[in-house]
Design a protein. Structure first.
Length: 498
């Protein structure tokens, strides 16, 4: 059977300019895993990655209609306020005469399958949760019966109702998945998935909800990972990034597995990066990582306030985060930090603690990092435990496309005011630093010249706004404050007095 697996076009958000929380990082490999699963089942599979070939939605309609498949399986990724373009695309496909079966898979459709199937009659089915086996069974049904039947993990319409035979349990052994197909994009760095799931349950994260609300961390064997890395090395790849939500994994077993993997890849002479939780790091692990080519780290710290860490169900401590940052630096790794500066239940004291934590751990001395750390707010997405909590408390207003996001009323209006102004300032800086001819372009030195001046300005303005809010003065009109800040930032960039 002829099948197209589609990575649809992405449209950059103006409103969420620098937010990357719309989907977990490993979404970038999901289409390849589905394509590989279908190919191994004997189907004629074409993987189309519009993020690689640069097609827009209009061009994608034309290309699909040129070789119309029986099944179009789409890795549907939420693209903030532009998400409606995805469903317009499905409608345009149908208008162009497409009669094949349209199936969606991925984090977004899993978390919002009822809403999507109720709203879009052009979508036939949705794989809920881990999707490779579900979509293979769907293809078998379509090939044999031209009907979906009742497939575990597959949601579909039945009259006016949305039905699913039941949730599909995630596969216990991730080595059983076929290695993902990859579009040829000439990439210098290859994303790779060493494990699935996470052993924690942070309230803001969609990963637990995707895996039936359970931790369900499952690591691939080191030998299986090595097999994939060698295959990519044979194609010229020398740099890798592990897209796992949590690379190392829990406890002694997680550590031992990591040490074994490092032992296997050390002779390959490659470089790699990864993401993990601070408490998973120790001296033995870092020594093994660095000796095997480890060069970049994202640590999920999330907050410098102990009370907020508890509210976020982070299961971490400030001392543990500080220890992990210092340990990384002792091995020559300056970690990037996952951080939520603004949370709906933040107090001004929490913001002060965040600022002190970042300053104490020398995380505010580089413009690209400072602007990111100051600008990230708690994003609440449908299906997460945080969304459910705020909805139950009556504090959630559905927002975003089809209400997939939640606007949360902040407990302290002063914190909400600070978030509004600080995020604006940081986004202005980040937009300016994205231009190659800008004096603060992110590839230029970040710790001197215009970049240093703007960096120091962002720290000063955060301190100033915090003091104003703490003094109980009447808060100025945020739009007027934003205009003043924009002039001041431009002055710091171009040596002008605002």
């Amino acid at each position: 059977m002829k099948i197209i697996v589609l990575e649809h076009p992405r449209i950059r958000s103006e409103n969420r300019f620098n937010d990357i929380a719309n989907t977990p990082l490993w979404s970038c490999l999901m289409g390849g895993y589905v394509a590989s699963a279908l190919k191994s089942a004997g189907h004629e599979v074409t993987l189309i990655d519009c993020t690689v070939n640069g097609w827009d939605f209009s061009r994608t309609v034309d290309e699909i209609m040129a070789l119309p498949p029986t099944l179009l399986a789409v890795n549907c990724v939420y693209i903030w306020e532009n998400s409606g373009a995805i469903f317009d695309f499905f409608q345009n496909l149908r208008s162009a005469g497409f009669r094949g079966h349209i199936n969606l898979f991925g984090f977004y459709p899993t978390l919002a399958y009822r809403m999507i199937l109720s709203s879009s009659k052009d979508v036939d089915t949705i794989c809920v949760g881990e999707c490779e086996i579900t979509v293979k069974e769907l293809a078998s049904f379509l090939e044999a019966l031209n009907a979906t039947g009742e497939i575990i993990g597959l949601a579909h319409r039945s009259g006016e109702d949305i039905r699913m035979a039941g949730p599909r349990a995630p596969l216990r052994d991730p080595d059983l998945f076929d290695l993902p197909l990859r579009a040829d994009g000439g990439f210098r760095t290859a994303s790779i998935l060493g494990s699935r799931g996470c052993y924690n349950h942070c309230s803001f994260c969609p990963v637990p909800s995707f895996y039936n609300n359970g931790p369900l961390w499952r690591g691939r064997s080191p030998e299986n990972i090595l097999l994939e890395m060698k295959a990519l090395i044979s194609k010229g790849i020398r740099n890798f990034y592990f897209a796992d939500p949590n690379f190392i994994g829990p406890g002694k077993k997680g550590k031992d597995r990591t040490l074994r993997l490092m032992e296997l890849i050390r002779p390959l002479k490659i470089t790699f990066g990864m993401e993990t939780r601070p408490e998973d790091l120790d001296e033995e692990i870092l020594e093994s990582l660095v000796s095997s080519g480890f060069t970049s780290m994202l640590l999920g710290v999330e907050s410098g306030s102990s009370s907020l860490l508890g509210q976020l169900s982070k299961g971490a401590t400030l001392n543990g985060s500080e220890r992990a940052i210092a340990l990384c630096r002792s091995f020559g790794i300056d970690p990037e930090i996952g951080f939520l500066m603004f949370v709906p239940d933040s107090t001004l004291s929490d913001l002060a603690e965040n600022l002190e934590f970042l300053r104490k751990n020398e995380l505010l001395n580089r413009l690209d990092r400072t602007a990111n750390l100051f600008s990230h707010s708690h994003i609440v997405l449908m299906g997460t435990s945080g969304y459910q909590r705020y909805e139950k408390e009556g504090r959630l207003i559905p927002a975003g496309y089809m209400g997939f996001e939640g606007e949360i009323e902040y407990t302290d209006k002063r914190v909400a005011w600070m978030r509004d102004v600080v995020v604006f300032a940081c986004h202005h800086v980040l937009r300016r630093s994205a231009s190659s001819d800008s004096p603060i372009h992110w590839r230029k030195p970040q710790e001197q010249g215009p970049a240093k001046r703007v960096n120091d300005y962002l720290v000063r303005i955060f301190e100033r706004l915090l003091k104003n809010a703490e003094s109980f003065r009447t808060l100025d009109d945020p739009e007027m404050v934003k205009k003043d800040i924009e002039k001041e930032i431009n002055g710091e960039i171009y040596f002008e007095q605002p």
